[in-house]
Write a protein that binds this ligand. Sequence first.
Ligand code: AMP
Ligand code: GLY
Length: 432
Amino acid sequence: MKILKIAVIGSGGREAAVIKKILESGRRANIYAIPGNGGIASYAECIDIAATDISGITDFCKKNSIDYVVVTPDDPLALGLVDMLTSKNILCFGPTQAAARIESSKVFSKNLMKKYNIPTAAYETFNDSTSANAYLKDYFANGHNSVVIKADGLALGKGVIICTSLEQAQSAVHQIMIEKKFASSGNQIVIEEFLEGPEVSVLSFCDGKTVVPMVSSMDHKRALDGDKGLNTGGMGAIAPNPFYTHDIACVCYNKIFLPTIAAMQQEGFPFKGCLYFGLMLTEDGPKVIEYNCRFGDPETQVVLPLLQSDLYEIMLACTNGTLNDTLVKFSAGAAACVVLASEGYPESYEKDFEISGIDKVEKDVEVFFAGVRSDNNKLYTNGGRVLGVTVAAANLNSAVAAAYKAAQSIEFKNKFCRSDIGKTALERLSAN
Ligand code: AMP
Ligand code: GLY
């Protein structure tokens, strides 16, 4: 069998999970991580090209006859890497630049949902601060006591501001539109109603016309236990999400997933790749909080370990439009991922501390490297989120317990993790 050359763009725990899953199929493949990290280097060849260097990546893939490219992070997708690779006849997984707007422009995604009656928070869009402020004044005068202000474009996950007074809301508008806190991402804003309810992440495979949801999951976005502290890139995840019942899944499939994929096709931007539905289960039914045009992190670190089918086959089917004929099967078990971070994250933190104990973890533990560099066969911390410790087990209780046990045996100075990953989910399960 031919040895496939597969490039995976990105450098986080999510990319580590994608690479490990591709390798698990037993297929003979050489994986190139662009740029990868010092931990990923133990199972893939890391290539020192930035994930946003569209022409650099394309040249590398062309020169090295890469068979398939998985474009994982949002930036290269928004910059059109898939379009560029496709124009050079290189097969790849991910949406075109136009389809990636479902994440890179909240104005685009909100207007899409409105046009196609896909349930989401009520909203208005603005391209100047004067009219936004006037709208907010009326909004609070009409008895509302909270509102959500969102920058239109990508903002490193920080472009959403929840406000509980007119003053806060107007200050958010000022920061985004006048001070340009998120640069041109704040040229337009979305102002939307504040929703309440459990949040669920559903990643899905899409080939432009077919959508296949993966097992559901739950992120833990805040830095501290009890969902306190600042928002982070995600401190841990579990799958499946017990709030996402079979009935709710059916509603989501019919009212959100299928209509979204049909809408994108209808608009002339068929979505291929992984479409991430960020949902809130409100009293009025499930609503879309956000779309991401890519695998979520850390959700991917719990979802992919539960995938029993061949990831590369599925991704290729997404590219080729044959997803309908492809088996996508998940195990009936559960998975938990505890992120080990550098103390101080998501604000300032120290790095360059040696990581030890990886060799002590049990065989069934997956360690997905993120902010890690290697030097002389030793691993050192090199980022805020250092690594994710995942265990897949028969049930969530066992998965959480085993992930924490492994997390304890891995050591580095200033190691920090939440101690309640999976707690809400386990409470929900025991209440059933
Ligand atoms: P996003 O960057 O779009 O993922 O939003 C970040 C987080 O803000 C979400 O995960 C929610 O917790 C929260 N959020 C976003 N929109 C709303 C909303 N309309 N109502 C309540 N919370 C929201
Ligand atoms: N876990 C949220 C994200 O990937 O954006």
